[in-house]
Design a protein around this ligand. Structure first.
Ligand SMILES: [Zn+2]
Length: 583
């Protein structure tokens, strides 16, 4: 037998011995509390002076995963945190699973799990962990909900008005989106490619930063108003006024502070009998107190808000994006580097991206490009946009399928108002033009240039962000316009390779080399956007210099002492006769 089979036998033997010792009975398969269980035992444990019957189930992957514990009944117990509607007792955070344990110690794992469950149940009986209801309020709020609502609203912002868009599909199912206005909702509909037959917009009553609800949650209006009448009668009043105006039905969204952060939840009112409620009044013109009495018994339908806003997506990866959300970056050139720079910037939290490129994506581009063959023949700007909004549906992407010249003629105001322009065109003439624009036009945004050398021997990012001496032009040889910091001595023109039987040519470097160029230019961009870049500097990443030997390429002596796969940063030095930045 192999290792796993041997372990399976010894694990079950050790488990049986342990449970015999504490008088638990082994269950048969039909009595297992959940699928994916390989063995389970039932027995009583003492919790806060009370015998509580539990089931301990071993998941199929036990002992690489921890056992699961369930209550056999919740009947004689109060409602308590950490126990879900299937009576599962949550003894650790299933979302992170970062529990370290010795999987060899079967008895230790089993007794430890039971101890943890005993603590949860005892604290629940003694009402010592009620505060945990608040921490996990939304988890409880979402149990047994009627429908989910997708949200692109950042709960931290000062919200004025909100709407819910109901998009009905061909198959009659409804997708609901919470947004700050119709435009924002319509954008999500487009970005998520939701094809609706019809869209209805509903006003939402927003209750800002109210006290968290503690389970059991109100099920009827009378229970709801009871809660508010106690501490905040003005909320009852505003709900009633809203429902009166909306003919007694409507969406209500609230924010509440949980662990210092605002979270969103919501519920829906749907009246049983409008005629009966309106009796003796024009609909919508009831006296508030009469309305309150007449709708007292109506059910409240809780709904779950699923947040799609970038802020949440970013906070899930531990990024503090600061005010990047309010920044705009114009990416000129959406080829292999530009597409990745644009995507990187959005991933880091930049809220608005302007994409400028007049080319379409060809099959030969996809090896190094962000986008794949499914975007064949699309404008590169559109292809990149759809990749961005696929991950961040609320980011603003402005596509300009033009050359930079044409784009700047038509949209100079918009481009001038960007916080940064990144050139990923590897077009030296255009890059010199951008440098000139920056020095001659005080409104032109700071610049970052990004490119990679043949075979990825070096990748570069150059930030020209201050109108001081030492510019892009200063980095070029006045004789032949070769970049003075280039690692490969002969300039890129020498390295154009032709595909067999084709008209197309290319400079050889890999997708990994492109990633390096995109990474260093994104890093420089972030320093600028965070207000940490006060001088014109360059970054060079030295790649696989062994390729220089393989391809008989002479390397510039200035990189002699620099190891392969390392970065250097340098200040841009002024060239005395530079016509752009001097005087
Ligand atoms: Zn200069």
């Amino acid at each position: 037998m192999g290792y796993l089979e041997d372990r399976e036998v010894s694990t079950l033997d050790a488990s049986r011995t342990y449970f015999d010792g504490i008088n638990f009975t082994e269950l048969h398969k039909p009595d297992f509390p959940s699928g994916g269980t390989k063995a389970a035992w039932k027995g009583s444990i003492q919790c806060a002076g009370q015998a509580v019957e539990i089931i301990l189930a071993l998941p199929k992957d036990f002992p690489d995963v921890l056992p699961k514990i369930y209550l056999t009944s919740q009947e004689n117990l109060p409602l308590m945190p950490h126990i879900d509607e299937k009576s599962f007792v949550c003894t650790y955070d299933t979302d992170t699973r970062q529990v370290t344990f010795f999987s060899e110690d079967i008895e230790g794992i089993l007794s430890d799990s039971i101890d943890k469950a005993r603590k949860v149940i005892s604290d629940g009986i003694n009402k010592e962990n009620t505060i945990d209801f608040v921490d996990e309020m939304l988890a409880y709020w979402d149990i047994g909900i009627q429908f989910p609502v997708l949200s692109v609203v950042d709960p931290q912002t000062t919200l004025q008005t909100l709407i819910i868009a109901e998009i009905q599909n061909q198959n009659k199912s409804i997708v609901r989106i919470l947004a700050e206005n119709r435009e924002a909702a319509a954008k999500i509909v487009t970005n998520m490619k939701l094809t609706g037959v019809s869209t209805k917009y509903h006003p939402v009553l927003f209750l800002s930063n109210i006290s968290p609800f503690i389970p059991p949650f109100p099920k009827t209006n009378v229970e709801l108003f009871e809660i508010f009448d106690r501490d905040a009668p003005e909320i009852s009043k505003s709900i009633l006024e809203f429902l009166n105006k909306q003919k007694y039905s409507g969406y209500i969204v609230f924010s509440t502070s949980i662990n210092g952060q605002l979270a969103l939840g919501g519920w829906f009112h749907r009246p049983q009998n409008i005629k009966e409620i309106s009796r003796g009044f024009r609909p919508g013109h009831l006296e508030i107190d009469t309305l309150k009495t007449r709708i007292a018994g109506s059910i409240i339908h809780r709904f779950k808000l699923i947040r799609l806003d970038s802020k949440r997506i970013h906070s899930r990866v531990g990024l503090d994006t600061g005010n990047l959300r309010n920044k705009t970056v114009c990416v000129v050139g959406c080829g292999s580097i530009g597409s990745k720079v644009a995507f990187n910037l959005v991933r880091e939290g930049v809220g608005t991206i302007i994409l400028v490129d007049d080319e379409v994506l060809k099959p030969e581009n996809v090896g190094r490009h962000l986008c794949g063959i499914s975007s064949w023949n699309q404008n590169k700007v559109d292809a990149v946009e759809s990749r961005i909004i696929d991950h961040y549906p609320d980011v603003k992407v402005i596509c300009i399928p033009e050359t930079f010249h044409q784009a700047y003629i038509q949209h100079s105001e918009m481009i001038n108002s960007a916080d940064l322009v990144i050139s990923c065109t590897a077009n030296l003439a255009l890059e010199r033009t951008l440098n000139n624009l920056f020095y001659t036009n005080p409104e032109f945004p700071p610049l970052i240039f990004s490119w990679t050398e043949p075979y990825g021997i070096a990748s570069h990012a150059l930030a020209i962000v201050q109108r001081s001496e030492g510019c892009f032009e200063c980095c070029l040889s006045p004789k032949n316009l070769h970049f003075l910091r280039e690692a490969v001595n002969s300039g890129p023109d020498t390295f154009f390779l032709n595909e067999a039987g084709c008209q197309t040519s290319f400079i050889p470097y890999s997708a990994l080399d492109v990633d390096q160029a995109a990474t260093i230019s994104t890093r420089l961009s972030l320093r600028l956007l965070f207000g940490e870049l006060f001088e014109n500097i360059g970054m060079a990443y030295l790649g696989d210099i062994s390729k220089a030997k393989t391809h008989n390429i002479k390397l510039s002596k200035q990189y002699d002492d620099i190891a392969a796969f390392s970065n250097i940063t340098y200040k841009v030095k002024k060239w005395d006769d530079c016509k752009v930045c001097s005087g």
